[in-house]
Ligand binder design. Structure first.
Ligand SMILES: [Zn+2]
Ligand SMILES: [Zn+2]
Length: 430
């Protein structure tokens, strides 16, 4: 039996964490795995490529696939071909993955017919088409076309953010044409000495209050909470629907964010209802820059009242038994009914809860074996336009943790899995 990808990954991640911010060469990760894992004879069989065996043992490729899945999820960064680090985000070079496709496709529409070059090899390209689902790029010296999709753009931006906004060529996409087109089209990306860099906002003051919110750090938000505790006043009224919870106390999200952003923006932020300069006004609500700033920095934004529709407001439904395993019954968020995606998620993560690590088979025996919920990290309303990525978008969780991910939240806005996991683990350590 070949060793599971998760078992290969664990010693590699330990080395990356020990050497953070790295980078660590792939050969050293192989060494770390070899020292820590008792490899099976099956691990040593070389995989075949186009019908021929390759020159390396199969576990090398399995480890690389495990590393790539961590990169897609934004937990590891591949900062140059063959070099890895743990994620090391830089708030001043952050690129918004949710807005990236809209910006890139808008730029592509404006520049259909324009010719651009790759930085190193001087290949020439032309955007030949752009619609909501893909951008087509022609290679002028090879009469070959490539396409760029929303999922590819999102993955590349997540990878760039994990690398701190600076990364080597051919790490955002292994296809030169796709990577070159992305850097050419995204307004915040550029080449610098053969590396891709995101625009550095240090030193340039934010032009709008929303931009100031985008740059907030956790320390600035904690400072605002301390100031509110000490009686600081803001122009914002108490919140109506949502609170941010910190150390068991509730605060109005707009008060916290506006107070924190004041020093970044250089003047007070104003409520949306104000008549003043629109650039200095903000409003709250799900998906607003205010809520995003709080959640990106690890704060919990919760509904004031429990929703009336039960523990999983995204209506999980039984969809099992899965075709190939009679006993296995999987519940999924309503947004995710594709059995192939579900299976790909479970093949990657296994069926142990990613929050509390409970294995239902250990508690319930054969009855619980393989029973797990599949939670959608960023649920979309039915008919939404984004493709689902089974590793980055879906995670197996136990029913209790699934309920806690959704408790007090709007159906399309669950809590972050990583934040709940950290909270559960820190309670266990105490
Ligand atoms: Zn759990
Ligand atoms: Zn869910």
């Amino acid at each position: 039996m070949t060793t599971a990808q998760s078992a290969l990954l664990a010693p590699a991640v330990r080395l990356l964490e020990a050497e953070a911010p790295g980078p660590v060469a792939l050969d050293r990760l192989y060494d770390a795995v070899e020292r820590a894992v008792a490899l099976d004879a099956d691990d040593l069989v070389p995989p075949t490529l186009r019908g021929r065996p390759t020159k390396e043992p199969g576990w090398h490729r399995n480890l690389r696939n495990a590393l790539k899945a961590e990169k897609v999820a934004g937990r590891l960064a591949n900062v140059a071909p063959g070099y890895w680090t743990v994620a090391r985000p830089d708030a001043e070079r952050h690129v918004d993955p949710d807005r990236a496709w809209a910006e890139v496709v808008a730029a592509a529409r404006r520049s259909v017919g324009d010719v651009f070059e790759s930085p190193s090899r001087g290949r020439r390209y032309r955007v030949s088409g752009a619609d909501d689902g893909r951008i087509t790029i022609d290679r002028l010296d090879a009469s070959k076309a490539e396409t760029l999709s929303p999922v590819e753009v999102r993955r590349a931006v997540v990878a760039l953010n994990a690398a701190g906004g600076r990364t080597g060529a051919r790490t955002l996409n292994y296809t030169v044409t796709k990577e070159t087109a992305l850097v050419h089209l995204h307004p915040d990306l550029d080449w610098d000495g053969g590396r891709v860099v995101a625009r550095d906002r240090r030193g340039t003051p934010p032009s709008t209050a929303a931009e100031a919110l985008d740059r907030l750090t956790r320390d600035q938000l904690l400072g605002a909470i301390a100031a509110l505790d000490a009686g600081a006043e803001t122009a914002f009224a108490d919140s109506r629907d949502y609170d941010v919870v910190h150390d068991g106390r509730r605060y109005a999200p707009l008060r916290v964010a506006a107070l924190a952003a004041e020093s970044v923006f250089g003047r007070p932020l104003r409520p949306h209802s104000d008549d003043g300069d629109p650039a200095s006004t903000i409003k709250g609500g799900l998906g607003s820059p205010c809520f995003r700033a709080l959640e990106r920095n690890g704060f919990d934004v919760v509904r004031k009242r429990e929703p009336a529709d039960g523990p999983y407001p995204d209506e999980v439904e039984p969809v099992g038994p899965r075709a190939e395993g009679g006993r296995v019954r999987v519940w999924v968020d309503r947004y995710e009914r594709d059995p192939a995606l579900r299976d790909a998620c479970l093949a990657h993560y296994g069926s142990v809860c990613r929050v509390c690590e409970v294995d239902m088979a250990e508690t319930y025996g054969p009855l619980g074996a393989g029973y797990v919920h599949v939670h959608h990290v960023r649920p979309l309303a039915a008919g939404g336009e984004r493709e689902t990525d089974p590793v980055a978008d879906l995670v197996p969780v136990c029913p209790n943790c699934h309920a806690m991910l959704h408790r007090g939240r709007a159906p399309d806005d669950p809590r972050a899995v990583g934040a709940l996991r950290a909270a559960v683990q820190s309670l266990r350590r105490d």
